[in-house]
Design a protein around this ligand. Structure first.
Ligand code: ADP
Length: 485
């Protein structure tokens, strides 16, 4: 696979504020590196707090004209952005492979997923409707309008460098909001390429801005500036809590897509091969670095041995390598902290009695590579079941009783995704109802698409992204009490 961009103009090394490329930040520069090789990809300006405030003012200035357009006009702009993203699929995928490390084929999948939010919300932009409610007194009408919230700040993670942006910018712009985005410092190049394509699509200056640099500096301004009416965040629960607290001082609306600790339940009556396929899809995609990745695998007694054996065989065959290598299925982890966490989780599990059935160590391919791993004999006192490992490790926990499995599955502060494999329809309803999760995969490990509402309960988040519900996060209700109507 060719590594160079077909359109080199998409490699941007500046921030994007008010329709202009800002090459020098007041706070110096930072480097972006390829996790597979350590190679320097770009040096970008660190946008300062006052430059972030300038981006917010630009978004605020741009808001009246953007909101004054009809939904159909905004739809047209988003549709052009969608088409340009689709046309640039391979280049965007190359940028994702370079800065994030995932295999090229997965990166193409992410770009398609990212584009689907622009397409979906281009359509939804035309369908913002209000209500007329029957009033309790004669001579009155109750009219409910939906209006854009205003300037939105977005903070996004590195693991899906394109999709986490369009899933926020799509509905925000469709609703008539403007946005200042701070992408993750590991993966700003995809965000800047998306901004370049937005510019080409005719998104007006100030409507979509990208600031890059120190998260604490930029985050402080985004959360305290009163012109920002909404913060939308995807990332860890720890940072989400901090941003919620910071946003409290200016009482912002918030959407939070936070960490998960997804349980994956396999019952005796499951199709074991299908369950293995499903686990491979959710666990080893993006090297386990997804918030909906299965983190704990509960397998019932009768299926346990066959499941473990078949899983280990499949996992042993996964091809590990850099994202551009031919046929590769698993790339590097994002950084040294990530690999250290995986190592510590495996060491803790082994020290407490787990067995390494497959993998269990770093991979010779390079510093940030880890072998796809299966652990058996895992118990609930091990860190691997308590915290998100965010790596290619499947810990198998044996269970006997359905109620016990549900209790263990729910024994966490998180509630993003859960998965279950069974052929019994009554069990499907019973277990799905009992699981404390925003999303439940039933006989599937793949649950994300633009049509379905994505989001969590408990400390996994607030709000939903995508679907017919996603645009509501960027709209306020206004009630008109109309006397004499
Ligand atoms: P991860 O563990 O996936 O890196 P984080 O929650 O640390 O998750 O990062 C998600 C996003 O939050 C990134 O864009 C990161 O730069 C940003 N971030 C991290 N810490 C802060 C902070 N204190 N203030 C604002 N943004 C932050």
């Amino acid at each position: 696979m060719k590594r160079e961009l077909t359109d080199p103009a998409l490699l941007r090394n500046s921030a994007y504020i008010d329709g202009r490329w800002v090459a020098s930040g007041a706070d110096g520069t930072f480097d972006v590196r390829d996790p597979a090789t350590g190679r320097l990809l770009a040096t970008l300006p660190k946008i300062s707090r006052s430059e972030t405030a300038e981006a917010i003012r630009a978004a605020h200035r741009a808001w009246p004209q953007w909101r004054a357009l009809t939904g159909k006009q905004r739809s047209g702009v988003l549709r052009r952005w969608f088409e340009l993203v689709r046309a640039a699929t391979d280049d965007l995928a190359r940028l994702i492979v370079h800065e994030e490390g995932k295999p090229f084929a997965e990166a193409v999948g992410e770009v398609n997923y990212a584009a689907s939010f622009l397409e979906w919300f281009a359509e939804e932009a035309k369908r913002v409707t209000g209500d007329v409610i029957a009033a309790p007194e004669a001579g009155r009408r109750i009219v409910v309008l939906k209006e854009p919230v205003g300037v939105c700040a977005a903070i996004t993670p590195w693991n899906f460098p394109a999709a986490m942006i369009t899933r926020k910018a799509g509905p925000a712009l469709a609703a008539g909001c403007t946005m200042v985005l701070k992408p993750a410092e590991q993966t700003p190049l995809t965000a800047l390429a998306l901004a370049d394509l937005a510019d080409r699509a005719g998104v007006p200056p100030g409507v979509f801005n990208v600031v890059v640099g120190d998260p604490i500096e930029i985050g402080a301004e985004l959360t305290s500036n009163s012109l920002v009416r909404k913060l939308t965040f995807t990332g860890s629960t720890a940072v989400g809590r901090l941003l919620l607290a910071q946003s409290a001082t200016t009482v912002k609306k918030t959407s939070m897509e936070l960490g998960g600790n997804a349980p994956f339940l396999v019952f005796d009556d499951a199709d074991v091969d299908a369950a293995v396929d499903g686990l491979i899809a959710t666990k080893y995609r993006n090297t386990g670095q997804a918030c909906i990745s299965a983190n704990r695998v509960y397998v019932q007694d009768g299926a346990y041995d066959a499941f473990a054996r078949r899983l280990a065989r499949r996992v042993a065959d996964l091809v590990v390598g850099a994202g551009f290598d031919e046929g590769v299925q698993q790339g590097p982890l994002i950084d040294a902290d990530a690999i250290a966490k995986v190592e510590s989780h495996v060491a803790d599990a082994v020290a407490k009695g787990a067995t390494v059935l497959q993998g269990g160590a770093r991979h010779p391919r390079g510093e940030l590579f880890y072998q796809p791993t299966v652990l058996t004999g895992v118990t609930d006192d091990m860190a691997v079941t308590k915290e998100e490992t965010f790596g290619p490790v499947a810990p198998l926990v044996r269970f006997t009783d359905e109620q016990e499995a549900i209790r263990q599955a729910n024994d966490t502060e998180f509630g993003l995704a859960a998965y279950l494999y069974t052929r019994d329809p009554e069990r499907i309803w019973r277990v799905s109802a009992a699981l404390e999760a925003g999303m439940v995969g039933i006989n599937t490990g793949l649950i994300s698409n633009e049509v379905a509402p994505f989001g969590g309960v408990k400390q996994s988040g607030i709000g939903r992204e995508g679907s017919i519900y996603g645009i509501d996060e960027y709209l306020e209700l206004k009630y008109l009490a109309w006397h004499g109507a």
